[in-house]
Structures are given as structure tokens and as C-alpha cells.
Design a binder for this molecule. Structure first.
Ligand SMILES: Cc1cc2nc3c(=O)[nH]c(=O)nc-3n(C[C@H](O)[C@H](O)[C@H](O)COP(=O)(O)O)c2cc1C
Length: 197
């Protein structure tokens, strides 16, 4: 059951020196491929990094998070930027109508970087993480990195931006599960507070 898997999920930062088979990598990619996306645009590319030199380079670009070097597999979740004229800004303007003018004023490249589309890569990443776990592989998300340097290292085209990196591997040490808030703390039913905003 999926909750059994989620109950044992935790981030790890020390991986065994053991490769992940291409069969399992393909299952992980398949789990990502099946993700939902707005308008079924699937605005992403999955960069599969198994080359040790490149993994080391990405660890350095990720502000020297040296634990990343122990991972045998990084998947770089890249967002393919949706062109403005295909509705990129109108999505945000309809979500935040009070800021229509300000949204129009954001410079094009910066807007692309901040665009909502970027966050959609969290969905295939989550699918991948759970599928990996089903195969005994743990993972840790990385968002603390210099986006433009990663883009350069992976030779991405300009419309393709690295959103997140996930480091996968077999755990070397004992697992440590973190405390999570209770359902009561995290949930509200219907209205959050009684008074109107
Ligand atoms: C979007 C995202 C970005 C993250 N970025 C980093 C990171 O750059 N470096 C890191 O060591 N951990 C990173 N983490 C891992 C979190 O620190 C970790 O998920 C959190 O402490 C909860 O622990 P758990 O995953 O074991 O439940 C990130 C997690 C998420 C979801």
C-alpha cells in the first residue's frame, strides 16, 4: 500500500556505492512520465545523470553540498518554459487579479523563471520518489543550487530551466524518520477561521 511506502520515506544524504540498474531507472522515469499537468502540457524534461564527474560538478554547483557526490543517480527535473503568448502570464493574472499590472511589468526572463509552470515538476518528482522507494531506493530533493550554472553544465537550451534535482541511491546508514505534524495540525474543514477575511 502506498501509505506503507510513505511511512518509511525519508531523505538520506549518504548513499551506498552501488549503481541503480537501468531497468529501475526506467521504472522511475515511467512514474514521472505518467504525471498530471495543467492542460496536459507536460512542460518538463528529465535529465538522467549517472556520470560521476557530472554528479560531482552538480554537487559543487549546489553550493558544495558534498553529500550529493555519494549518489549514483541524479534526476534533474527541468521545466520547459511555456511561451507568454500561450497564456503563461494570463494564468498568473487570473490567479492573482489584484496584481495584473505588476505581473505584466515583470521582465520576460525573470517572469519565466518565476512562472508557475516551474512548480509542476514537483509532481513527476514525487511520483519518481515513491516508485524508487518501491524498489528499495531512497532519495533527497535538492533545490539549493545555482539554476543558471546547472543549465550550463547540462547544456540545456534557453527554454529549459532546471527546477529541482533529486538524488537517488541505496542508503548507507540507518534511516532516520523525521517527525511530521498531526492531521489535526495540518487540516481544516470548510472554513479555516470563523471571521471573514
Ligand atoms: C523542494 C525541496 C527542496 C529541498 N532541497 C534540499 C537541499 O537543497 N538540500 C538538502 O540537503 N535537502 C533538501 N531538501 C530535503 C529536506 O530538507 C527534507 O525533505 C526535510 O528536512 C524533511 O525530511 P524528510 O524528507 O526526511 O521527511 C529539500 C526538500 C524539498 C521537498
Amino acid at each position: 500500500m502506498i501509505l506503507d511506502l510513505l511511512n518509511k520515506r525519508c531523505s538520506i544524504r549518504n548513499f551506498k556505492n552501488k549503481k541503480i540498474s537501468s531497468d529501475i531507472i526506467n521504472l522511475i522515469l515511467e512514474a514521472g512520465r505518467l504525471s498530471p499537468s495543467g492542460g496536459n502540457e507536460q512542460p518538463w524534461k528529465f535529465g538522467v545523470i549517472t556520470d560521476k564527474k557530472m554528479i560531482h560538478q552538480i554537487a559543487e554547483i549546489s553550493y558544495n553540498q558534498s553529500w550529493i557526490k555519494t549518489s549514483p543517480l541524479l534526476i534533474v527535473l527541468c521545466t520547459v518554459i511555456v511561451e507568454d503568448n500561450r497564456g503563461g502570464r494570463s494564468i498568473q493574472k487570473s490567479r492573482f487579479p489584484r496584481y495584473k499590472k505588476e505581473i505584466d511589468e515583470i521582465e520576460k526572463e525573470l517572469y519565466s523563471y518565476l512562472n508557475l509552470e516551474e512548480h509542476q515538476t514537483k509532481i513527476p518528482g514525487t511520483h519518481m520518489e515513491i516508485c524508487a522507494l518501491e524498489n528499495g531506493i531512497y532519495s533527497t530533493w535538492v533545490s539549493y543550487f545555482d539554476v543558471e550554472k546547472v543549465a550550463k553544465a547540462l547544456r540545456l537550451p534557453h527554454n529549459c530551466v532546471p527546477s529541482e534535482i533529486i538524488a537517488f541511491g541505496y542508503p548507507e546508514n540507518e534511516l532516520k524518520l523525521k517527525d511530521k505534524k498531526s492531521i489535526n495540525e495540518l487540516t481544516f474543514y470548510n472554513c479555516y477561521v470563523e471571521d471573514e477575511r
